[in-house]
Each structure stands twice: as structure tokens, then as C-alpha cells.
Design a protein around this ligand. Structure first.
Ligand SMILES: NC(=O)c1ccc[n+]([C@@H]2O[C@H](COP(=O)([O-])OP(=O)(O)OC[C@H]3O[C@@H](n4cnc5c(N)ncnc54)[C@H](OP(=O)(O)O)[C@@H]3O)[C@@H](O)[C@H]2O)c1
Length: 256
């Protein structure tokens, strides 16, 4: 890699917040940002899983701090962002990735309570996290936000309707923010993965079923957390400095 490539891909000196870092994709995103030099605040509800991510990053020579909390709690998010500012510094890179309540359900059986719960977890939480981080980015005069939607928010799928609507909402929230804050030096982009091989997925789907799904993917396999992490790291770095408001479909060709 030449000097230019090194420089644009580096996140040296940056501070990142990744929510959902206790899950497979968030953990891999956290490791990828740390490997490029960012100090990473890893956020989730499961302290033990966050501890493992912090340990992995530390063992690789990086910096990570765990923050336990619920992304539906605006007050707690504000406090977490203030804690990060006083320990690691102002957040430059935000990846509000927590969510994932896409378990299929016929819409006729989707209760209003479940609808509200999915919207709260998969859409409102993204707004709340961005809302907590934006003042620091505006004061500093820049930042990068990479949201996480889903192929379920790009076209109808087997996921429940609330999840589809929430993830489509994340795509539009991303575009709205990108336009609103472009002149403030804040770039906002989104990744929209299709099925990704995570611990949660392995718990839910037998290996034979996953193989059957993979057989229908044009590129011949389901996604890996690294596929998402590499794309997020690119969108968080200067290598993407003229890209904002885009949604990158990471699907192995499934959405073609
Ligand atoms: N896996 C896929 O195939 C796929 C495809 C498209 C998009 N995505 C998206 O990728 C993201 C990660 O999904 P995943 O598959 O890696 O799921 P996962 O393993 O279940 O991870 C979900 C993460 O979100 C956190 N989270 C959920 N609700 C939260 C809350 N109320 N407060 C704080 N944290 C909360 C979880 O924390 P705790 O576990 O600590 O509670 C966990 O870290 C989600 O946005 C999902 O929609 C996934």
C-alpha cells in the first residue's frame, strides 16, 4: 500500500462509538476501527461480551473501553457520550448499529406493542444515538456517521414489517442527516447487509438451512461480519471523503 492509501484509510487519533458492539457484527466493526488506529467505545447491554471485545482489541495493541447501556434510554446515551468525551475525547466516528429485531411474523399477528418495540429498538435508537453525538461533532466541525440498515429495509423480505419499516427509516434518516449536515463537515452513510453469519443466526438457523440460503446467493455464500466491518471502516475513513448520503448494499448480489 502506498503512503496515500495508508493515510486515507487510517483512523489514527480518532475516537469511535459503536453501539451493538456485544453482537457479532458490532464486535467485528469495533475490531476493524481499532485496527486502523481509532480508540473505540464499545456499547451494548451484555458486559461479558463487551469485555471480550475490549480484550481482543487490547491484545492487538489497540484501545477500547466498554460502556453498558440501553440505546432506547436517551438520558443514559447523553451521559455515555459525556463519559466518552472525558476519557477518550470527542466522538469522530459513530456507528449506531444496535438493533436487529427482524424475527419474521405475519403482519396480522404483529401486536401494536411489538410494532412499537421494534421501531424503538431499530429506528428511534438510531435517532437517539445520533442526537447524543451530534453536538460534539458540530462543535468540532466534523464527523462520520455510518448507520446500519438491512436488505429488509430495501425491498420486502421475510423479516417482520416493523423491522422493514424501521430499516427503511434508517436509510432515509441517513440521507436526511447527510444533506442537513454536509456543510458542517459531517458525512453520514449507511450499510444495508443481507443475511450475515452471526452467533445469533447460528442459534436460530440450522447449518443445512444456511447452506440452502447460501446456494441462492449470486456470490455463493452468506455474509461474514468482516464484510460489513470493512465497508464501515471505509465509510468512516478519509478514503470515502466525497461520499455522503449513500446506502451501500452488502448482499453478495442477493438484491439484484
Ligand atoms: N445478522 C444479519 O443477518 C443482519 C442483516 C442485516 C442487518 N443486520 C443489522 O446488523 C445489526 C447487528 O445485528 P446482529 O445480527 O449482529 O445482531 P446481534 O448479534 O443480536 O447484535 C445486536 C446488538 O444490538 C444490541 N442491542 C439490541 N437492543 C439493544 C438495546 N435496547 N440497547 C442496547 N443494545 C442493544 C445487542 O446488545 P446485547 O446483545 O448486549 O443486548 C447486540 O450488541 C443490527 O442493526 C441488525 O439489524 C444484521
Amino acid at each position: 500500500m502506498n503512503d496515500f492509501m495508508d493515510r486515507t484509510k487510517s483512523l489514527q487519533g480518532r475516537v469511535a462509538l459503536v453501539t451493538g458492539a456485544s453482537g457479532s457484527i458490532g464486535a467485528e466493526v469495533s475490531r476493524a476501527l481499532a485496527a486502523r488506529g481509532a480508540a473505540v467505545a464499545v456499547h451494548g447491554r451484555t458486559e461479558s461480551a463487551l469485555g471480550k471485545v475490549v480484550a481482543d482489541i487490547g491484545a492487538a495493541g489497540g484501545t477500547a473501553v466498554a460502556h453498558v447501556g440501553d440505546v432506547r434510554d436517551a438520558g443514559r446515551l447523553d451521559a455515555t457520550v459525556a463519559e466518552i468525551a472525558s476519557t477518550l475525547g470527542t466522538i469522530d466516528v459513530l456507528v449506531p448499529l444496535a438493533g436487529g429485531d427482524g424475527v419474521p411474523s405475519p403482519t396480522a399477528e404483529l401486536t401494536p406493542e411489538r410494532w412499537r418495540s421494534v421501531i424503538e429498538t431499530d429506528l428511534t435508537s438510531v435517532f437517539l444515538t445520533v442526537h447524543a453525538v451530534l453536538p460534539g461533532m458540530l462543535e468540532r466541525g466534523g464527523g462520520r456517521i455510518v448507520t446500519v440498515a438491512s436488505s429488509a429495509g430495501r425491498r420486502p423480505s421475510q423479516a417482520n414489517a416493523a423491522y422493514a419499516a424501521a430499516k427503511a427509516g434508517v436509510v432515509m434518516l441517513t440521507e436526511h442527516l447527510a444533506k442537513e449536515y454536509a456543510t458542517s463537515g459531517i458525512r453520514v452513510n449507511c450499510v444495508a447487509p443481507a443475511i450475515v453469519d452471526t452467533a445469533k443466526l447460528r442459534d436460530r438457523m440450522p447449518a443445512a438451512r444456511l447452506d440452502a440460503v447460501a446456494a441462492h446467493v449470486p456470490l455463493g455464500r452468506i455474509g461474514r461480519p468482516e464484510d460489513i466491518a470493512e465497508a464501515v471502516a471505509f465509510l468512516a475513513s478519509d478514503a470515502s471523503s466525497w461520499i455522503t448520503g449513500t446506502t451501500l448494499d452488502i448482499t453478495g448480489g442477493m438484491t439484484l
